[in-house]
Ligand binder design. Structure first.
Ligand code: ADP
Length: 260
């Protein structure tokens, strides 16, 4: 039964944008934004025209990760927002529109309106790939995004801890309900590599997300180690794919980018 007849809002494509991928996670702090940014930069390094939409309205991290700040300008005729660009990737984020110090309550009232604008009033131009950094979890905001934009698929990021794995199941079920294919699972921070001696430790156990992905019949897209360099470079706004393009970490993200 068509969505309209089921009383569901019509999904829309974004003009000029070929592929739209959501990067999601069941909970916060698993490395979703870090993964989204590095995948986007990896795709851009392969000569793709790439954009990042930061839909994490309450905790936008794209401005920091992409070392961007300032207010987006409006297009000459309409009231569309022009994305800010760094490292060859176009970016739009709630963080550009709202003061970091703005009270959460006020932001709460603005959320749906702001989300509409972020989804449908950004002048992306021609893009091969738009990566949407989703808010963590599976609430109303996430559902609105999946219902309003035609997503080609979703990448689910998880750490190997059990609680995060339960969230993977919840996250994938949400996408299934709204007919968005899951492109696969990325396991983040499973393997700790000591920056001093390069000793490798599976601090949370070995391969939990990989097994979960296999059990659920989902593709396993890759494993990104926990390494201080990934974190430090992100904090500096120079993600590892840009700063250390020849590192094994950059290779991990590039390998994932080729699979989505
Ligand atoms: P989320 O978007 O899921 O909330 P973030 O991408 O903001 O998570 O990551 C949370 C923190 O973990 C950040 O400080 C980030 O730099 C760090 N981080 C993410 N992935 C890694 C990794 N593979 N190795 C080391 N630190 C990481």
């Amino acid at each position: 039964i068509p969505r309209a007849q089921r009383g569901l809002p019509q999904k829309r494509s974004l003009p000029g944008v070929k592929h739209i991928i959501a990067v999601a996670s069941g909970k916060g702090g698993v490395g979703k934004s870090t993964t989204a940014v590095n995948i986007a930069l990896a795709a851009a390094s392969m000569k793709k025209r790439v954009g990042i939409l930061d839909a994490d309205i309450f905790g936008p991290s794209i401005p920091t990760l992409m070392n961007l700040k300032g207010e987006p300008e409006l297009t000459e005729h309409g009231d569309n927002l022009i994305p800010l660009t760094n490292y060859g990737v176009k970016c739009m984020s709630m963080g550009f529109l709202v003061d970091k110090e703005a009270p959460v309550v006020w932001r709460g009232l603005m959320v749906m309106k702001a989300l509409q604008q972020l989804l449908h009033q950004v002048e992306w131009g021609n893009l091969d790939l738009l990566v949407i950094d989703m808010p963590p979890g599976t609430g109303d905001v996430q559902l609105t995004i999946t219902q309003q934009v035609i997503l080609d698929g979703a990448v689910v990021v998880s750490t190997p801890q059990d609680i995060a794995l339960i969230d993977v199941v919840r996250g994938t079920n949400m996408f299934k309900k709204v007919d968005v294919p899951i492109l696969g699972v990325v396991q983040n921070m499973s393997l700790f590599i000591c920056p001093n001696c390069n000793h490798e430790t599976h601090i949370f156990g070995d391969g939990g997300a990989m097994r979960k992905a296999q059990d659920m019949g989902l593709p396993f897209l890759g494993d990104i180690p926990l390494h201080a360099e990934i974190c430090d470079l992100s904090d500096q706004g120079k993600p590892v794919v840009i700063s250390r393009p020849d590192s094994p970490f950059a290779d991990c993200y590039k390998s994932i980018a080729t699979k989505i």
